[in-house]
Design a protein around this ligand. Structure first.
Ligand code: HAM
Length: 437
């Protein structure tokens, strides 16, 4: 047997319902905030993600799936959505027609990480990117959209952690102070942080290894080195969140694992015990230089992304069920070739009219077919045997009311429609016939 690659998983038919419900909930919220969907390739040129040789993020330095195609082009499977969306934004000149582009995407991302609960090598992200505005209000809007998604899924124990990295001037001042501080403890730093000390000292604050060390806790804070403009900008983001009554916690050590951020950075964390270490379900921030770094115009951006597996895990731990069990309208039980031919005809008439139908294709006995009808959660069971065929009738049973009747063979469709319209709810989650008619 060939097994799936490590860090990947199959989404089985009984799980797909939750995924489509999640996608529907996301689409609904994106519509409310007026974000439009964009779909970009799953693989991009290597340089879309490997822009800067000084990049210190684990994602870029250790986790990308890079390969050469058959024409020796260097390709990378996308580890995240932001850089690919930025590339598409530049290449398609989306900035020409509208000054602000508010975009969202969903799909698989790939990172060569050590798999564990909530961490996979192929995983799905839902993300938004607002390109073209440097207003602090749009930073707050992106966070509000994230909070709305969480609310729409019925999740409560989620906290927003926020910080600012300031502008370049503030960061340079802070960088100098930070380097001098951590140099005193260089011997105690992990190997990654020793490297970060030279390339990107801010990222030391993000280190999971050194985090618990005493000198780490006393490190200088960016808030003490922000210039007035950066300070005011951050205050405006917080005021807008206050206006929308979105609760947040300022986390001085939050710097985020990706190198493209400036000003606002944030993470959404679930406080569910079973979640373990991977409790950040969504994260994002402002990236004012990314589009320029990809050879585009000087256009700012802000965005965020959720791990969709983590959203689903959180809803299931919180005891929320997104989708109803699958159900169908009619199961046709038939015995013999003639009855089967009649059943396939009837089922197709009903399907064309919007009813979900199933029948037996394995010549099973009558008991086994009843079992199948049950397994399929059929609202109605139609039974077609020799007696019914001879009299051009069919036996139909309503599995909710237990009513059973013999009706003219070709009355199945109007009979079922009529019954469904009388009932308070349709049994079929995927095609709510009552609403459609
Ligand atoms: P990120 O923090 O690297 O940010 O990923 C965002 C979310 O994706 C994480 O909070 C987590 O829920 C999920 N995630 C990341 N890696 C994995 C994994 N290996 N398995 C399962 N879930 C994972 C970004 O990707 C940025 N592009 C976000 C952004 C958008 N910033 C601005 N715009």
């Amino acid at each position: 047997m060939i097994a799936k690659p490590k860090g990947t998983y199959d989404i089985l038919p009984n799980e797909v319902g939750d995924w489509t419900k999640l996608e529907d909930a996301i689409r609904k919220v994106c519509k409310l905030y007026n974000y439009k969907e964009i779909r970009t390739p799953i693989f991009e040129s290597y340089n879309v993600f490997h822009r800067d040789i000084n990049d210190t993020s684990d994602m870029v330095t250790k986790e990308t799936y890079d390969f050469k195609d058959r024409s020796e082009r260097l390709i990378t499977l996308r580890p995240e959505g932001t850089a690919g969306v930025a590339r598409a934004f530049i290449e398609n000149k989306l900035y020409v027609d509208s000054p602000v582009n508010k975009l969202f995407y969903m799909g698989p991302m790939f990172r060569y990480e050590r798999p564990q609960k909530g961490r996979n090598r192929q995983f799905n992200q839902f993300g938004v990117e607002a390109l073209g505005s440097d207003s602090p209000l749009i930073d707050a809007e992106v966070i509000a959209l994230g909070a709305s998604i969480i609310r729409s899924l019925g999740l409560k124990d989620v906290s927003v952690k926020i910080n600012t990295l300031g502008d370049l001037q503030s960061r340079e001042k802070y960088r100098e102070v930070l380097v001098n501080y951590f140099k005193q403890y260089e011997d105690s730093l992990c190997e990654d942080c020793k490297n970060r000390l030279i390339k990107n000292p801010l990222r030391i604050l993000d280190c999971k290894v050194d985090k618990e060390k005493e000198f780490f806790k006393n490190a200088p804070k960016i808030k003490d080195y922000l210039n007035d403009e950066s300070k005011n900008r951050f205050e405006m983001v917080l005021s807008a969140l206050d206006q929308m009554q979105i609760k947040y916690v300022i986390d001085d050590n939050l710097v985020r694992g990706l190198d493209y951020y400036s000003h606002t950075v944030f993470e959404l964390e679930v406080n569910i015990l079973e979640f373990g270490a991977q409790n950040v379900i969504g994260a994002g921030g402002r990236y004012d230089n990314l589009i320029k770094d990809l050879s585009g115009p000087d256009i700012p951006g802000v965005g965020m992304a959720f791990g969709m597996e983590r959203l689903l895990l959180a809803t299931s731990y919180a005891g929320k069920k997104l989708s109803k069990p699958d159900a169908i309208h009619i199961y046709f039980i038939s015995l013999g070739e003639k009855a089967k031919l009649e059943s396939i005809k009837l089922a197709n008439i009903c399907r064309l009219g919007g009813l979900c139908c199933e029948m037996d294709y394995k010549d099973r006995g009558i008991k086994a077919q009843f079992k199948e009808a049950d397994k399929n959660n059929a609202r109605f069971t139609c039974i077609l045997g020799d007696n019914e065929l001879a009299s051009f009738t069919i036996n139909i049973k309503d599995n909710v009311t237990d009513e059973q009747e013999t009706i003219p063979l070709y009355d199945v469709y109007p009979y079922v429609i009529n019954k469904l319209n009388q009932a308070s709810s349709s049994p079929c989650a995927s095609c709510n016939i009552k609403k459609e008619n």
